[in-house]
Write a protein that binds this ligand. Structure first.
Ligand SMILES: Cc1cc2nc3c(=O)[nH]c(=O)nc-3n(C[C@H](O)[C@H](O)[C@H](O)COP(=O)(O)O)c2cc1C
Length: 187
């Protein structure tokens, strides 16, 4: 399959997640174009069989450039298999209220764009204290403290479940493949 993966990232974790997805798909024989969403604006989606969008939650929202991309290409996206990956820290916990809030964020993003993703996956991100400015450091230390996490100054901490993500991608590429390709890519 020809697959477009386009992503928005603020501190870099979603780029790492998008690259991981690309590597997984390439290793299964797919042709993958991986683009930061700012570089994907006027891309022709008709040349792809499927599209994966990824973004991260900052103060209750996904990035604006990702929202613009989804809105601009909503019609094409609605006509092909798609997946939205939502990266957050809240999903790393086990609070059902957090999960509800993340589902609401994903639903609002999709509704505003006029796009119905074929699949929505929540993926845990990372604390990136090496990337934060002074005020972000204060805010994120407070969040870490609230969650009972002790993180040293300038330390990063990753919560992404790479094995879980690999399983999601394996399943998705098999389901998204056009029928004749399914036999080749399944498993
Ligand atoms: C300023 C700021 C605000 C954030 N707001 C949220 C939030 O509302 N909910 C949440 O679950 N995670 C929140 N996060 C955590 C990010 O989603 C997480 O760190 C993610 O890995 C960032 O991905 P990125 O590096 O690709 O931007 C926030 C992080 C920062 C720095």
């Amino acid at each position: 399959m020809r697959i477009l993966i386009t992503y928005a990232t603020t501190e870099g974790q979603t780029r790492k997640i998008a690259r991981f997805c690309a590597d997984q798909l390439i290793s299964r024989g797919h042709s993958v174009e991986l683009l930061r969403v700012e570089d994907a604006g006027d891309i022709e989606l008709a040349v792809f069989d499927t599209v994966l969008l990824a973004g991260s939650v900052h103060i209750g929202k996904l990035q604006e450039p990702l929202a613009r991309f989804a809105e601009t290409h909503a019609q094409a996206l609605n006509g092909m298999p798609t997946m939205l990956i939502v990266v957050s820290l809240a999903i790393a916990g086990d609070d059902p209220n957090d999960r509800e809030e993340l589902d609401r964020i994903a639903a609002a993003f999709a509704a505003e764009a006029g796009w119905t993703p074929g699949q929505v996956e929540h993926v845990a991100g990372a604390f990136k204290f090496s990337e934060y400015d002074f005020f972000r450091t204060l805010a994120m230390r407070w969040i870490a403290w609230q969650k009972g996490e002790e993180i040293k100054a300038h330390e990063d901490r990753e919560y992404t479940d790479w094995a879980g993500l690999a399983a999601v991608i394996t399943k998705w590429q098999a389901a998204a493949a056009p029928l004749p390709e399914r036999a080749k890519t399944a498993g």
